[in-house]
Ligand binder design. Sequence first.
Ligand code: ADP
Ligand code: MG
Length: 243
Amino acid sequence: MTAPEIQGKAPIIQLEGVSKHYLQGTQTVRAVDAVSMQIFPGNFVSITGRSGSGKTTLLSLVGGLTSPTAGQVNVFEHPLQSLDDSAISALRAERIGFVFQFASLIPTLTALDNVRLPGLFAEQPVEQSYAAELLDWVGLSEKINNYPAELSGGQQARVSLARALANRPELLLADEPTGNLDVDTEWEMLSLLRDLNLNQNTTILLVTHNPELAQYGDRHLVMQSGGLTESYQWLQAQVAADG
Ligand code: ADP
Ligand code: MG
């Protein structure tokens, strides 16, 4: 049994022959090249691949931050190309959380206000108590009134995760959320993401440069030169489990 068949539900993400090509001078950069994939609600999917293989571009396409040069991106059963910019923004604001490689917090806002920030772009403001609860969950209850510069890199990454969850997203897109921080921070982040996936059933796409971490998803996909495949090790493990 492979992950896609488990649920028998409609995919939360469906890509059909999706490409994103950039023209650089006379060269075509195939950042994402003819990718098809289905991700189902509640999946925890890890993506690894060399730098420049197209991971960030793939996540940007799924989140509607950029549009494909070919193919179809469906998210929550909406074909993104049929939505206008404001409809895509609304989808993002209400149903998707993003954690970027660099925490990208607003330096002049406290941790608490950084977490509440997404509420400015959504119909629903983020309650102070909920923001505090999220910061407590990431282990920062004592830092809610601190500014980003007063936090360590790992703490900033955790604020960034709390902020991504402020809109109670069904789908979380995490692009190397611990950047180049230490291994301990990476494992802490992974354990928070697993908790979220198991207890809130949040669908997670995690880009990580650490293949060891990637073993902990339901699926491990590998990007190479814009193409996407299931990791060989992951398929082997499935065959062993089925046998
Ligand atoms: P990764 O996240 O795996 O490191 P990226 O998705 O950032 O890879 O980039 C994939 C390829 O696409 C790289 O060759 C990169 O230079 C190129 N690329 C990404 N964004 C742009 C852009 N806005 N314009 C031109 N080329 C881009
Ligand atoms: Mg990247």
